[in-house]
Design a protein around this ligand. Structure first.
Ligand code: SAH
Length: 352
């Protein structure tokens, strides 16, 4: 079967030469017509992967409690912008809103803004958040965010991992960029001619840089500095920068070859939280954590909440808590980092 996105990438490579991995990732995930997210709802058992908010309502409920707490610490600003980046099916926001409806003044103050590129998922979000006043933006540069002086609380779960990365290879002290070209009738990885070193690493290996992720964090921090607020960033990743190839594709809950059938598999890279924190600090914002997702959720009281749901008749809670918090599941690979404008905010579950 032919793949229109593969044809398009192929044609671009023939015309312009090999493309960097970031360009490939951006097309595979975000091509307006054939990109992975723009053409499907990828979540759940029948889809390609399952995220924390799709595992259990507890996840979004506890994030809601986190947002309400940081809002109280900020002095209960009214109005404030509650932004979620990459909201998927809208489950996290729906659970977070339901869990916080009794917090006095909180919902009345919240302007809910969703940053989403996929028309398919926007429809899912609209349905999940029926009854709430929700606005959508395509990026942080949208006038709704850029021109507003309202304080901001931002949540992003498994969003940073979808932003394009580039890879550089150090071999015998010489650096090359890892690129996508065509070889033997198929898309294939190759190496660019020697380039100047992208970082100060002194050991051979593959090093990832994430310009799009850095741009996002820089823009987010600029916004936080101007108007005040905090962001909660949750993703799989590592706490210390280092060598390693973390680019991966997942399809029907299995790893798939990254370059095969572009647009039909989720492509992600682990988040270098060390690098993300450096970008935030350089932009004048405090970076707290990262904490392991297990420790974070336990600090927020996942045990108590699970017991409550069980008493109300929920049956598969233990299994869900295990998946979300156990070190062998999502508990430590997934990490939580908070970005805070100013020294006063104490993000729950994430120590400085
Ligand atoms: N947070 C959700 C979904 C994670 S999947 C959950 O935990 O279930 C990644 C989400 O980010 C999807 O909604 C996808 O469409 C969106 N997304 C990916 N790249 C984006 C970009 N550059 N701009 C806006 N949204 C993006």
């Amino acid at each position: 079967m032919t793949n229109p996105l593969e044809d398009l990438i192929w044609a671009q490579i023939i015309q312009d030469g090999p493309m960097d991995i970031g360009r490939f990732m951006a097309l595979a995930l975000g091509h307006p017509e054939h990109g992975y997210y723009n053409s499907r709802d990828p979540f759940g058992r029948a889809g390609d992967f399952t995220t924390a908010p799709e595992i259990s309502q507890v996840f979004g409920e506890l994030i809601g409690a986190w947002v309400a707490d940081i809002w109280a610490q900020m002095g209960r600003p009214d109005p404030f912008i509650w932004l979620e980046c990459g909201p998927g099916r809208g489950s996290l926001m729906a659970d977070a809103l339901r869990a916080t409806r009794r917090v006095p003044g909180f919902h009345a103050a919240a302007r809910i803004v969703l940053m989403e590129m996929s028309p398919v998922l926007k429809e899912r979000q609209r349905a999940a958040l029926d009854g709430y006043n929700v606005q959508w933006v395509a990026d942080l540069d949208d006038p709704l965010l850029r021109l507003s002086a309202q304080p901001l609380i931002c949540v992003a779960n498994e969003f940073l991992d979808a932003l394009p990365i580039r890879q550089f290879v150090r071999h015998d002290s010489t650096w090359h960029e890892r690129v996508v070209g065509v070889y033997d009738g198929a898309l294939a990885f190759g190496l660019s001619p020697p380039v100047v070193a992208p970082c100060d690493a002194t050991a051979d290996g593959i090093y990832e840089v994430a310009p799009a992720r850095n741009d996002f964090i820089r823009a987010l921090c600029a916004r936080l500095r101007v108007a005040g607020g905090a962001a909660l960033l949750i993703d799989y990743g590592y706490a210390r920068s280092g060598a390693g190839d973390t680019l991966q594709a997942v399809k029907a809950h299995q790893f798939a070859p990254v370059l095969a059938d572009p647009g039909t598999a989720d492509i992600t890279a682990h988040v270098d939280f060390d690098a993300a924190a450096r970008v935030a600090v350089a932009a004048g914002v405090r970076a707290c954590g990262p904490a392991g997702q297990g420790d974070f959720l336990r600090a927020l009281g996942i045990g108590v909440r699970a017991e409550m749901l069980k008493r109300q008749g929920a049956t598969d809670i233990d299994e869900a808590v295990h998946r979300l918090t156990d070190d062998a599941a999502m508990g430590s690979l997934f990490k939580v980092m908070a970005l805070c404008a100013g020294d006063d905010l104490q993000p729950a579950g994430v120590t400085s």
